[in-house]
Design a protein around this ligand. Structure first.
Ligand code: HEC
Ligand code: HEC
Ligand code: HEC
Ligand code: HEC
Length: 238
């Protein structure tokens, strides 16, 4: 009798444990279906827009009050020059301390908040993605300025900026001519002394950039695959 009771209660316990575990994982699974609301110092926001608030509390007002350092400004020309195409990860234009390292904390020292770096005689550009600590997975040092092999690759033209390029009326907020993925933290690129002067914003203190600036939804042209094929053929001929 005792033995039988023991077996029965053993199964009852297993059954209860199963219900508890299943219930827990079911609830956990449900959680993911919600879009979490992110809390920021200025309110609660949905994740896709929360990036615009990322550097605001420490940087926005500082940038507004900073005098312009005329002698150390970046321009869009040098900005694009360091990228294989608009939106590509820029190469590292300065020496790195350890050749075999992913970077991480070393890079963050200068690139999280920027600031003037005496030995490079330039302001460190602020990274919009300080959380991606394997920096050199995507950013490589510049070892040569010539190509290994001649090819027909041409950089696509970047979107135009300035008076009338992206705004409907004079004085209306220009639309955002670029994609937003990895570009959520607007003032990293648009605010402060390291921002290229053509896109340095006159109002880095305005907190919610996307309240006034909307993404420009233009139709994407079809990519002509023949052009790519021809380029490959040209490469193979050599
Ligand atoms: C001592 C400060 C300092 C450290 C440490 C540092 N950088 Fe820089 N970095 C700079 C400065 C200053 C510039 C701007 C150079 C210029 O404009 O000539 C720069 C430029 C760059 C750029 C080009 C950005 C652009 O918009 O064209 C990249 C990419 C970069 N650094 C990546 C890195 C990585 C990756 C590491 C870590 C391995 C690193 N840096 C470590 C100061 C630093
Ligand atoms: C997953 C790839 C990836 C990783 C990892 C990464 N980056 Fe970038 N980074 C990019 C790309 C792509 C861009 C160009 C962004 C654009 O133009 O939209 C960029 C741009 C930058 C810029 C220039 C911002 C500007 O003005 O356009 C700096 C500075 C930079 N990264 C530094 C870093 C540092 C420091 C780290 C490590 C903490 C890092 N990156 C990790 C891909 C990466
Ligand atoms: C990685 C750097 C980077 C980030 C982050 C970034 N931008 Fe830009 N932005 C640029 C560059 C570079 C241009 C110039 C055109 C181009 O190359 O796309 C530009 C152009 C613009 C323009 C057009 C300006 C004009 O005069 O026509 C607007 C508006 C703009 N960005 C708004 C934003 C907003 C809002 C955010 C945040 C959601 C943002 N950008 C995030 C780099 C950036
Ligand atoms: C209250 C609305 C509003 C907000 C919020 C706002 N902007 Fe603007 N922005 C404008 C208007 C209006 C213009 C056109 C200004 C002009 O033509 O003088 C403009 C112009 C710009 C330009 C073109 C260069 C310039 O300064 O004229 C950029 C780049 C830009 N804004 C980026 C940003 C970024 C980044 C943020 C977030 C920090 C932001 N804006 C927040 C209304 C706004």
């Amino acid at each position: 009798m005792k033995k039988r009771l023991g077996i029965i209660s053993f199964f009852v316990i297993i059954f209860i444990a199963f219900i508890v575990v299943w219930n827990y994982s079911y609830e956990q699974g449900l959680e993911e279906a919600y879009i979490p609301i992110i809390e920021t110092p200025t309110g609660n926001f949905i994740p896709s827009e929360s990036g615009v608030f990322r550097r605001f509390d420490d940087a926005g007002i500082d940038y507004l009050n900073m005098p312009v350092d005329e002698n150390h400004q970046r321009t869009l020309d040098t900005y694009y020059d360091n990228r294989a195409y608009p939106g590509a990860p820029p190469s590292i234009p300065h020496p790195v301390i350890k050749e075999r390292s992913f970077g991480g904390n070393t890079c963050i020292q200068c690139h999280q908040n920027g600031g003037f770096v005496e030995k490079f005689n330039a302001y460190a550009p602020v990274t919009p993605h300080p959380e991606m600590i394997n920096c050199r997975q995507c950013h490589v040092t510049k070892n040569t300025t010539s190509n290994f092999i001649e090819n027909g690759f041409e950089k696509p033209e970047p979107p135009k900026v300035g008076e009338g390029a992206n705004n409907a009326l004079v004085g209306s907020p220009p639309m955002i001519p670029h994609q937003l993925q990895m570009r959520e933290s607007c003032i990293s690129c648009h605010g402060g002394p390291s921002a290229p002067k053509e896109i340095r914003v006159s109002h880095p203190d305005r907190i919610n950039c996307r309240q006034c600036h909307l993404p420009k939804q233009t139709e994407q042209p079809n990519i002509d695959t023949n052009t790519f094929l021809r380029q490959f053929e040209k490469l193979n001929e050599k």
